[in-house]
Write a protein of this length. Structure first.
Length: 118
C-alpha cells in the first residue's frame, strides 16, 4: 500500500512546487519544510527527492535558480517561477481538478443507488 501512496504523491510534486513558487521564490529546503507544514505532515518530500524535481523543472524552463547570500558565509539557491512555469501550472491545475472531480464521481457511485435510478 505504501507504494501506491508514494506513487500518487510523487506525481503531485511538480504541481506543488510550481504552486508554491507562484507565491514567491523559495530555496529547496524551505520548499520541503513548507510542503510538510501546509499538509500537516502528510506530505513529507525528502530533499533527496525534491532536488531532482527542481533540476528537472529548470531543464524544462519552468523555473530558474539564483544564489543569494544569507549572513556572512551561507549562500542559498532560490528558485523562481518563469512564465512558462505559470502556463504549466495552469495546465496541471486544470488536469488536477478534472481528475479529482472524475474520481469523486466514481467514488460516489453505489450499485444500489444506480439500480433505483434505472
Amino acid at each position: 500500500m505504501n507504494n501506491i501512496k508514494s506513487n500518487f504523491r510523487r506525481g503531485s510534486v511538480e504541481l506543488l512546487i510550481l504552486h508554491l513558487l507562484d507565491q514567491q521564490d523559495y530555496y529547496g529546503y524551505e520548499l520541503s519544510l513548507l510542503i510538510k507544514k501546509k499538509s500537516d505532515g502528510y506530505l513529507d518530500i525528502p530533499v533527496g527527492s525534491l532536488y531532482p524535481a527542481l533540476y528537472k523543472l529548470i531543464d524544462l524552463g519552468y523555473i530558474s535558480d539564483y544564489k543569494k547570500q544569507v549572513g556572512k558565509r551561507l549562500i542559498h539557491v532560490y528558485y523562481h517561477l518563469e512564465d512558462t512555469g505559470r502556463d504549466r501550472l495552469a495546465l496541471l491545475l486544470e488536469d488536477y481538478y478534472a481528475t479529482a472531480t472524475a474520481i469523486q464521481k466514481v467514488l460516489n457511485y453505489y450499485k444500489e443507488e444506480s439500480s433505483k435510478n434505472e
